[in-house]
Design a protein around this ligand. Structure first.
Ligand code: ACM
Ligand code: ZN
Length: 522
């Protein structure tokens, strides 16, 4: 039995084996197939690579429309490997499946047919490069791994309190100064890094070569300390701050009562929009603590001027105004929602939500938002936040979680799919990133891709050894099953370790800082 992750819709086995007797002719497959197969053969050292590649036939035809834009049929007979699909996207996923088959069978592949198409159209992974910078090559590595998991949307979390990572030509300080913090949770070593616009283009083009679209995130109005550190006028009370060193929710956010804030935001978005052609930008909107807005004369004047009730409505007005700016460019927007937003008429229904939590009390609100046209991407922190310890979210829980529980067929029209974010407050390097991400992403990709009726924990468990070996081809060492399914005692210990890490001075810092701002506001 061939093992595949994510499990396909259907596998049918025939009689006999594919054999590569002779090199018939030079391969005439598209460039993306050659690249993918080259990369695989290079890593796997399986022989007869030229013969195998030249046996691949790609047929893109309207008659495969029943498989959808990303589905495919992969037929391996005695003398050929035939890939049929409506679009190249489907053929690309067939190649991903073929890699896993070749990895298990070498040159002796049983005659078989795989028919496959995804459950969700949005299958996302997010990388937080704000807390810790990941190099261009490291980002590409994540894109390679996403493709192997048949994920198609890369959410690139580019701006954070702890670091600004994207070159913006109009505001050079953002990277000259805002990309560097003096120390971190892990000690008194400065950390820095950013992508030039050229490098951003390189990443986007690499993602596209893997049929992955890229959604950049410019997180506003909160999580902007790195920008405020460069341009204090962006904040209420023109605060002079340093790029944040530790994590925690910061109380200094963009001032929503100044025209100059909008000018900055629009200027930055003009440059971002040029670099990311996939038609969608994430505006963050999370953890925007309103203490400053509540006492800022400019924010209060804006609330009055616009006829808003309070600072919460001011944020909804702010997000909608920026959304309106992007809509004029034909760009759609997304924002976070942690169950913490009580949407009013001020929050435009065209802004999609990354839903981080779905409490039963909030389900009616979410449903009514969908009825009004708002799209959702399920990003439930439990189990999709990859940084959270296995002691909180073990592999089985992540696997068995039903992201669309409680939603009707009508609701499903507004659920695009699921996304797993890797937040990096405690993920300073690739080694740690791999331990956190794998094998959990293997479990999550089966929720994203595999039809629900074809999923089972037992079958997934039976594929784990294969999965780990396959990942090791790509230099990835994930958590062992023992770590990913910790005993009660180990779970408690890992939870304790993680909680200890949560202890930081941000609370005290905010308390003192709030007092300073209040005195200044008087
Ligand atoms: C979030 O977890 N800050 C979206
Ligand atoms: Zn203000």
């Amino acid at each position: 039995m061939i093992k595949l992750i994510p499990a396909p819709t259907k596998i049918l086995y025939g009689e006999g084996f594919f054999t590569t007797e002779k090199l018939t002719e030079k391969a005439s497959v598209p460039e993306f197939v050659l690249n993918e197969m080259d990369e695989f053969f290079h890593a796997s050292k399986i022989g007869k690579s030229l013969e195998i590649i030249s046996s691949i036939q790609i047929k893109l035809k309207e008659k495969y429309a029943y498989l959808g834009n990303e589905g495919y049929r992969l037929t391996i007979n005695k003398s050929a490997i035939i890939i049929e699909a409506l679009k190249e996207n489907g053929a690309f996923y067939a190649v991903q499946t073929l890699k896993q088959i070749l990895f298990q069978c070498g040159e002796k592949i049983p005659v078989m047919t795989v028919e496959d198409f995804p459950r969700f159209k949005y299958r996302g992974f997010m990388l937080d490069v704000g807390r810790y910078f990941y190099t261009v090559d490291e980002v590409k590595k994540f894109l390679d791994l996403m493709a192997l998991h048949k994920l198609n949307t890369f959410h690139f979390h580019l701006t954070e309190d702890q670091g600004w990572r994207i070159e913006i030509k109009k505001y050079p300080l953002l990277t000259q100064k805002g990309s560097r913090r003096s120390h971190t949770n892990f000690g008194f070593i400065p950390r820095s890094g950013f992508y030039t616009q050229e490098q951003i283009r390189e990443i986007v083009s690499y993602a596209h070569s893997k049929f992955i679209c890229v959604i950049p995130e410019f997180d506003i109005p909160g999580h902007t300390v790195s920008a405020i550190a460069c341009y204090p006028y962006l904040s209420c009370f023109d605060r002079k701050l340093k790029v944040a060193t530790h994590w925690g929710v910061k109380h200094d956010i963009l001032c929503a009562g100044k025209e100059s804030t909008y000018k900055f935001v629009f200027d930055v978005l003009d440059e971002i929009a040029e670099l990311f052609p996939d038609g969608e930008i994430h505006l963050g909107g999370d953890e925007a603590y309103k203490m400053r807005w509540n006492i800022c004369p400019r924010c209060q004047a804006e609330i009055k001027k616009q006829g808003l009730k309070d600072s919460e409505e001011l944020q909804q007005f702010f997000m909608s105004k920026v959304n309106g700016y992007l809509r004029e460019k034909g760009i759609k927007t997304i924002m976070w929602n942690w169950d913490d937003i009580e949407p009013t008429k001020w929050l435009d229904p065209s802004i999609a939500w990354n839903l981080c939590g779905i409490s039963p009390e909030k389900l009616p609100v979410i449903k009514s938002e969908m009825a009004s046209g708002r799209d959702m991407i399920i990003t439930s922190s439990f189990p999709y936040y990859l940084d959270l310890p296995y002691g909180w979210i073990n592999l089985k829980f992540a696997y068995e979680f039903d992201p669309v529980k409680g939603f009707s067929d009508e609701d499903m029209k507004h659920i695009r799919g699921i996304e797993a974010p890797l937040w990096t407050e405690y993920v300073p390097d690739m080694r740690t990133a791999y331990l956190k991400t794998f094998p959990r992403l293997g479990a999550i990709c089966e929720t994203a891709w595999t039809q629900d009726e074809n999923r089972s924990w037992d079958s997934f468990l039976g594929k784990l050894d294969f999965y780990n070996d396959f990942l090791s081809l790509y230099g990835v060492k994930g958590a062992s099953l023992k770590k990913a399914m910790p005993s009660k005692i180990r779970a408690a210990a890992s939870s304790l370790w993680f909680n200890r890490r949560q202890l930081h001075w941000q609370g005290l810092h905010n308390l003192i800082d709030d007092a300073v701002v209040k005195r200044k506001a008087k």
